[in-house]
Design a protein around this ligand. Structure first.
Ligand SMILES: C[S@@+](CC[C@H](N)C(=O)[O-])C[C@H]1O[C@@H](n2cnc3c(N)ncnc32)[C@H](O)[C@@H]1O
Length: 273
């Protein structure tokens, strides 16, 4: 019992670390990305495992449910690690992120690869989805963007508040138009912030550096599961095609030899006309 409670001694440290995070989430994200020196398994970005293993687990569902002839928009693309993998399965992949530094890094990591482009946009802003679709239509996307595009979202909704989750879903709806669908995969960790950070290797003695960097600079993450999905993507606007548990893979944190695993949730959705 005492041992189980001991982890709560972390609370003052977590509060101290997170006290300096910018209150404006967009500033927080851009500052975070401006400080990133390296990505991948030994980099600074907690949620970038540097492996294609998680994506491989999504491929069958993407093939089953999404039109492979349409482009795909990766909302909240970060350094583009999933955008680049998506480009192998769709005619064109567009990564979009609110952080200009994230997009700069994504472009640098993508140099030399074809059928991928990036844009900076707040995807909770009114009209951002249709604006992006217009941009997409002028790109060489095989002439398919006019029919809408697919949307991929990984690890973005769980860092947004309820209103922003709904606004982002509405922008996704504008992108999908008649033929596109949404695939989302999010962290759905059952537990409080202390449980979450201890799950990712934080102890009273030390906190893995990439985890500490995220605590210091980023908005506190929440969870995104069926309940949150039904509010952001209500049944009046969306048909749920499939949902279920998945696993979000991070860079190695608690054990240098392997990725850490976070319980997650996936869903495939189609907008109603
Ligand atoms: C946890 S990271 C996930 C990055 C990427 N999807 C991945 O899995 O590697 C969340 C990303 O969402 C971006 N983001 C946060 N709010 C956003 C918004 N309103 N519009 C677009 N991107 C946003 C952040 O800048 C960050 O890159």
């Amino acid at each position: 019992m005492l041992a189980a409670l001991k982890k709560y001694l972390l609370v003052p440290k977590l509060m101290r670390l997170s006290a300096g995070a910018p209150r404006d989430h967009h500033i927080a994200w851009d500052r975070f990305w401006s400080n990133v020196k390296t990505t991948g398994a030994s980099g600074d970005v907690l949620w970038d495992s540097g492996s294609d293993h998680e994506m491989q687990g999504y491929v069958d569902r993407l093939r089953l449910h999404l039109d492979p002839g349409l482009p795909i928009v990766d909302i909240g693309c970060g350094n583009g690690s999933f955008t680049r993998q998506l480009a192998g399965h769709f005619p064109h992949a567009v990564g979009v992120d609110v952080s200009a530094h994230a997009v700069r890094r994504a472009r640098a990591e993508t140099a030399g690869l074809a059928n991928i482009s990036y844009a900076v946009a707040d995807m909770t802003a009114s009209g951002a989805g249709s604006g992006l679709l217009e941009e997409l239509a002028v790109l060489d996307t095989g002439g398919q963007a006019g029919g809408g595009a697919n949307v991929f979202i990984r690890g973005v909704l769980h860092v947004l508040g309820e209103r922003d989750q709904h606004a982002l879903a509405e922008n996704a709806r504008a992108i999908t138009r008649a033929n596109g669908r949404v695939f989302l995969a999010e962290t759905n960790f059952r537990g409080n912030a202390v449980d979450y950070v201890t799950h990712l290797g934080a102890t009273l003695r030390s906190i893995p550096a990439p985890l500490e960097g995220a605590i210091r600079g980023l908005p506190m993450p929440g969870r995104f599961g069926p309940k949150e999905r039904s509010l952001a993507f209500p049944a009046s606007r969306w048909e749920l095609i499939e949902e279920g548990p998945t696993t979000i893979e991070t860079m190695p944190l608690s054990n240098p030899a392997r990725s850490d695993l976070i319980p997650g949730y996936f869903a495939v959705l189609e907008g109603r006309n």
